[in-house]
Ligand binder design. Structure first.
Ligand code: ATP
Length: 433
């Protein structure tokens, strides 16, 4: 079922010259090596979907490390490699990365007396991949530059918008592919194919997730929670039992679902403001997934995810500051002064502030948080530690306290400009003595 189609013209129309040049140079080098070279995977899929993607993954039917070294030399870049996996990455002067993998010639022993067959190594390489749509290759040798290599019906699946695995044992081999299937399905608004869906259900029944390391689960979960269509993916994971398989405490309920839907609005609102620093989107959604789980039970989740001590501490801190700030701000009935809003919210990491914003149903609180994020947080004062030093103050923790109090006074417009701020500080020092 190998269809021959050349997409050279599509590539010339859709790709930047810089990318074409890399592919052509690598193709010529393959010719000089007397071997075949292909660009594979998401890059090819996204050309056909007309989505920009310049992550270049090359597969060569020769020693990939030698190939990468030579390509690096020719294009004035540098090569880093991984001997064990026969993979390399070439980093070009402008920062563009080109991954190079070695397609291994593999021999398949058939049972009984049938002879050993040698399969083309690019085919074997593609067969190890997750889904048909990710198992496309484009030949880049000069004589067949642009020839699409589709062994598994990927073009049909792209047309039908279907995510399909390549063989029935795929999820047994690697259960993280279940999460990848959902990620691609939601990203492209495809559907997971019927048989693939049944195999997912079977794999979950067999508890294959139990064998996965926390590290691999978190890695895939982060990828999902950093995509654009998060609420859809979370609902899909819940519906198929993936959340439960990751950890039974993570199943969806209506309040989690509501917050996650609202988080999508809040996060895109925040990202449109282009405020620094940018947030860690996955952490914000993860807060939503873990909503209502008690502190001791969270331990189970940190353990399942093999969080490092730092990651765990960070997350505990995030949840505690949210708990504290939400407790303060949610109970507010009267008007808050800017200094009061700032005092409540500034200890909370941004992810937590957005989470509180998504969780509250009160417009007034949403307004306060918006005020905090867009102005209060960013307002600066004119005096610094140097000014305090000039006042004869010995450096210490009271510096931070004085500057903080000055900021609060400025937020409420009690003092303006450097002179008034200095006067204010002097008064505070005096009253403190
Ligand atoms: P993205 O657009 O998210 O980068 P991608 O398809 O490039 O998507 P990567 O995660 O960068 O995805 O992986 C690169 C390629 O490696 C994929 O196209 C896929 O063919 C293959 N791959 C990645 N993970 C797996 C896996 N768990 N099992 C099989 N193949 C995989």
């Amino acid at each position: 079922n190998k269809q021959v189609r050349n997409i050279r013209n599509i590539m010339r129309n859709r790709l930047p010259n810089k990318i074409l040049e890399i592919l052509e140079t690598a193709g010529q080098m393959a010719e000089e090596f007397g071997t075949e070279a292909y660009v594979v995977g998401g890059f090819v899929r996204d050309i056909l979907l007309t989505k920009p993607n310049f992550d270049l993954d090359l597969v060569v039917e020769t020693d990939g490390i030698k190939f990468a070294k030579k390509l690096a030399k020719k294009m004035s870049g540098r090569a880093k490699y991984h001997r064990k996996f026969k993979t390399a990455v070439v980093i070009l002067p402008d920062g563009q990365r080109v991954d190079v993998a070695t397609a291994r010639l593999e021999y398949y022993e058939y049972p009984a007396a049938l002879p050993t067959v040698e399969l083309s190594s690019i085919k074997m390489d593609l067969y190890r991949r997750d889904f048909t749509v990710n198992a496309l290759a484009v030949h880049i040798n000069p004589s067949s530059f642009g020839k699409l290599v589709d062994f598994f019906g990927a073009q049909r699946d792209l047309k039908d918008r279907t995510i399909r695995i390549l063989h029935a044992l795929s999820f047994v081999e690697d259960p993280t592919r279940i999460m990848r299937a959902i990620r691609f399905e939601q990203r492209f608004d495809f559907r997971i194919g019927g048989q693939t869906l049944n195999l997912i259900k079977n794999a979950l029944k067999l508890n294959l997730f139990n064998k996965l390391s926390g590290y691999r689960i978190v890695h895939e979960l982060k990828l999902i929670l950093n995509e654009d269509a998060v609420p859809g993916s979370i609902k899909r994971m819940d519906e198929l039992g993936v959340l439960e398989a990751i950890h039974p405490l993570l199943v969806l309920n209506s309040s989690r679902e509501q917050v996650i839907t609202e988080l999508e609005r809040v996060i895109s609102w925040h990202s449109l403001l282009y405020l620094e620093p940018t947030i860690s989107v996955w952490k914000t959604y993860f807060l939503g997934l873990c909503m209502g789980i008690s502190k001791p039970k969270m331990e189970q989740i940190y353990n399942r995810f093999s969080f490092s001590q730092t990651e765990e501490r960070e997350f505990v801190h995030l949840r505690e500051t949210i708990f504290w700030a939400a407790g303060n701000i949610m109970n507010i009935r009267e008007e808050l002064k800017p200094s009061e809003i700032y005092t409540i919210l500034h200890p909370v990491p941004l992810e937590g502030v957005l989470f509180i914003m998504a969780r509250t149903k009160r417009d007034m609180i949403k307004k306060y948080i918006s005020q905090y994020l867009t102005t209060l947080r960013l307002q600066t004062i004119d005096i610094t530690g140097d000014d305090l030093k000039e006042l004869g103050l010995i450096p210490g923790p009271q510096y931070a306290q004085l500057l903080f109090e000055t900021k609060l006074a400025c937020l409420d417009s009690l003092v303006k400009g450097k002179d008034e701020q200095l006067e204010f500080v002097k008064k505070v020092i005096k009253s403190g003595k």
